[in-house]
Design a protein around this ligand. Structure first.
Ligand SMILES: Nc1nc2c(c(=O)[nH]1)N[C@H]1C(S)=C(S)[C@@H](COP(=O)(O)O)O[C@H]1N2
Ligand SMILES: [Mo]
Length: 245
């Protein structure tokens, strides 16, 4: 079956670990298990907590919960998941476009994007496979800020975020996209995003699984029709709310 966003693929690339139609099915049916990596991560965190005499590691002044799990940010906890490598990135040529059901289409250069009001926030990151990155410090511009400039039309229902890799996308309902903590991030842990993690810009949707965190975002489309994103096409739910959050 062909659709306007058909990528011509028969199935997901085998080299992406932990994601695919079978894993999606397990996840949806609740048969999904923590992968080995996540399991080891939990064991290490547990041991670290024990070594601290059961006290929680305090990070950045935040001490959410009373568990005994170490919660420090560690960039190495990111699994790095990319169905395709990122595009060649040329700062002078990069644009963030906003089109579709808007009164004012936008085409922002990097300088214009960086000049918009910035948000700094520290959030948990969860991949649907079971691995997790604690206390990720993100900096970027809220989608809400950008949409206030594009002036979305009242009939808009979804916002689609397309990767410049030419293949990956995911959409959010307008009311989710306009939450103040949904941002297009250009910095992580005080540094420019690593190239393989979406430089210059990736979507950050706190409380949603990582497959909504589209890397290398260049095109944003406002629409009134549901859009099936890349992993959603292979069975992952469009509502990517982190379970238990
Ligand atoms: N363009 C693009 N964005 C993507 C993906 C991808 O394959 N391509 N994978 C998603 C998934 S499933 C996850 S868990 C996160 C992983 O982020 P990381 O590579 O920074 O660890 O990126 C998300 N964004
Ligand atoms: Mo993921």
């Amino acid at each position: 079956m062909k659709s306007e966003d058909d990528t011509g693929r028969d199935g997901p690339p085998a080299q992406v670990p932990g994601h695919g139609p079978e894993q999606a099915k397990e996840y949806v049916e609740g048969r999904h298990k923590l992968n080995r990596r996540a399991f080891i991560g939990l064991a290490v965190a547990g041991a670290a907590a024990l070594a601290l005499g059961g006290r929680q590691l305090l990070v950045g002044g935040s001490s959410k919960g009373t568990g005994t799990t170490a919660r420090a940010f560690n960039i190495k906890d990111f699994g790095i998941r990319s169905v395709k490598d990122g595009p060649q990135y040329q700062p002078d040529q990069w644009r963030l476009t906003v089109t579709g059901l808007v009164k004012q289409e936008l085409s922002l250069s990097l300088a214009k994007f960086l000049a918009l009001p910035q948000i700094n926030q520290v959030k948990e990151f969860d991949c649907v496979e079971g691995w997790k990155v604690h206390q990720v410090p993100w900096e970027g511009v809220s989608v809400r800020e950008i949409m206030s400039r594009a002036d979305i039309k009242p009939e808009a229902k979804y916002i689609i975020f397309w990767s410049d890799d030419g293949i990956y996308s995911s959409a959010l309902p307008v009311e989710v996209a306009l939450r103040p903590d949904v941002i297009l991030a250009h910095r992580m842990d005080g540094k420019e995003l690593p190239a393989e993690q979406g430089r210059p810009v990736r979507l950050v949707v706190p409380g949603n699984y990582g497959y909504k965190y589209v890397k290398w975002v260049g095109r944003v489309v406002v629409t009134d029709k549901p859009h099936v994103g890349y992993w959603e096409k292979y069975g992952y739910p469009d509502d990517a709310t982190v379970k238990g959050s």
